[in-house]
Design a protein around this ligand. Structure first.
Ligand code: KG4
Ligand code: ZN
Length: 404
């Protein structure tokens, strides 16, 4: 018999990023003061980063050595009643959030807008209406002030984010060859990076054939009845479950290297239906402190799902390593916050003798520090973008030029 009491499992809501600005429709409230070393001696150029590809409005300032002088993220909670991101609402929220978020990023860095030397903004992939807001603001700023501009590929920014540091020290220069595991709401990617600067080549070694891993977490969480955003809640609740009691299959090992999460998601939803048919109340109960409690069988299902989802990532990394040894693995994207993934990948890298860079939790979800950092890396190889030619794109291949 399971020793766990039925009502003992809780997850705290709202464990948002430290200095994030939260808004749920009311007035914008600034979070606690930043810990950044404002007014420090920084190395030029100072890059202003902007990210609005989905539901986070973010601005950041980095100095020329990749020190994060400020990083402000406003997560849009207005999508909550809909269970997922509503594109039109996201665009409007970006417009509303921009003045406060950009002002906070400059203030926390101890800078005036006139001191900024370059601008980097996400150009895609993402929701076009949402991208257009930040990209247009960034392009206008660069054009009006005659500043160098960088149109940044969102996934390339995630890819390099594990080299950022949270303690105010310079970013680590990325090595000449490494592999990136980039896992988010829209992508599951194994990317091989060779060369740096103008010689940089990014090759996708594995992509998803159907759902992205974060999407599968979100959809299962939504069906369980958890509010948006579901991925972090599924992860936190899975900590109280027992994966061994609900083993789910890891997607097939073929000769080709690819990810697939729709089969696992369907299996998990089937188990959920069976639990309901067996008379188990699978709905979450909201506790007075904002946490959730779930029946033990549902917690086991979430743990089993998480274990299989992470096992698939490890399987693909391991198989790539067998083919061509990975010198360093950089793990990034929103799902890189997953507790099980962080534990499992750390163990695997130690056993395999692979160097690991796990993105700091602060920079795993969407943020503008990674956009400014990618801008800096592009700048070091002279790859500026003409702001007049840079367009928002919902899909972009890696390494595609930012203008015609
Ligand atoms: O990188 P990101 O912030 O945005 C995209 O570029 O998609 O990733 C967001 C995704 C969402 O699907 C969210 O549910 C998922 O990352 N996520 C998690 C966790 N934290 C965020 N999934 C599983 N476990 C987590 N701890
Ligand atoms: Zn992202």
């Amino acid at each position: 018999m399971r020793p766990k009491p039925l009502m003992a499992n809780r997850v705290r809501r709202g464990c948002m990023r430290f200095e994030s600005i939260k808004r749920s429709g009311g007035p914008i409230a600034l979070g606690p003061p930043a810990v950044y070393p404002a007014r420090m001696a920084h190395a030029r150029p100072l890059v202003f980063g902007i990210e609005t590809s989905c539901d986070d409005t973010a601005c950041a300032v980095l100095d020329g050595e990749g020190r994060v002088l400020s990083s402000v993220v406003s997560s849009q909670l207005v999508h909550r009643p809909y269970g997922g991101v509503v594109p039109e609402i996201a665009s409007r929220e970006h417009l509303r959030n921009w003045p406060a978020v950009s002002a906070a990023a400059l203030q926390q860095a101890g800078l005036e807008l006139s001191e900024v030397d370059a601008v980097a903004a996400t150009r895609g992939p993402g929701l076009v209406g949402a991208l257009l807001v930040g990209l247009s603001l960034g392009k206008s700023l660069a054009f009006a002030r005659r500043l160098p501009f960088f149109g940044v590929h969102h996934m390339e920014a995630h890819l390099y984010s594990p080299f950022l540091r949270v303690d105010g020290s310079p970013a680590e220069p990325p090595p000449e060859r490494f592999v990136g595991l980039v896992v988010s709401g829209g992508h599951s990617l194994l990317l091989e990076v060779e060369g740096a600067g103008a010689q940089e080549r990014i090759t996708a070694m594995a992509e998803t054939r159907d759902d992205a891993i974060g999407e599968a977490f979100d959809k299962l969480g939504k069906r369980v009845g958890l509010p948006y955003p579901q991925g972090p809640k599924v992860d936190a609740l899975a900590e109280s479950g027992d994966a061994a009691r609900c083993p789910l299959p890891v997607a097939a090992r073929g000769t080709e290297l690819f990810f697939s999460y729709s089969g696992l998601k369907s299996q998990a939803l089937l188990v959920l239906e069976r639990l309901r048919a067996a008379g188990i109340d699978t709905r979450p109960r909201v506790l007075a402190d904002g946490g959730f409690e779930l029946a033990p069988e549902v917690l086991d299902l979430l743990a089993g799902f998480r274990a299989a989802a992470v096992a698939q990532l490890l399987d693909r990394v391991e198989r790539l390593h067998e083919r061509r040894p990975i010198p360093l693995l950089a793990v990034s994207g929103g799902v890189a916050a997953n507790r099980e993934l962080r534990r499992a990948i750390t163990r695997w890298c130690e056993a395999a003798g692979v160097e690991l860079r796990l993105v700091p939790l602060k920079f795993s979800g969407d943020n503008a520090a990674m956009i400014a950092w990618r801008g800096l890396l592009l700048q070091s190889s002279g790859r500026t973008t003409d702001p007049l030619l840079c367009e928002a794109q919902s899909r972009i291949p890696f390494y595609a030029p930012a203008g015609p």
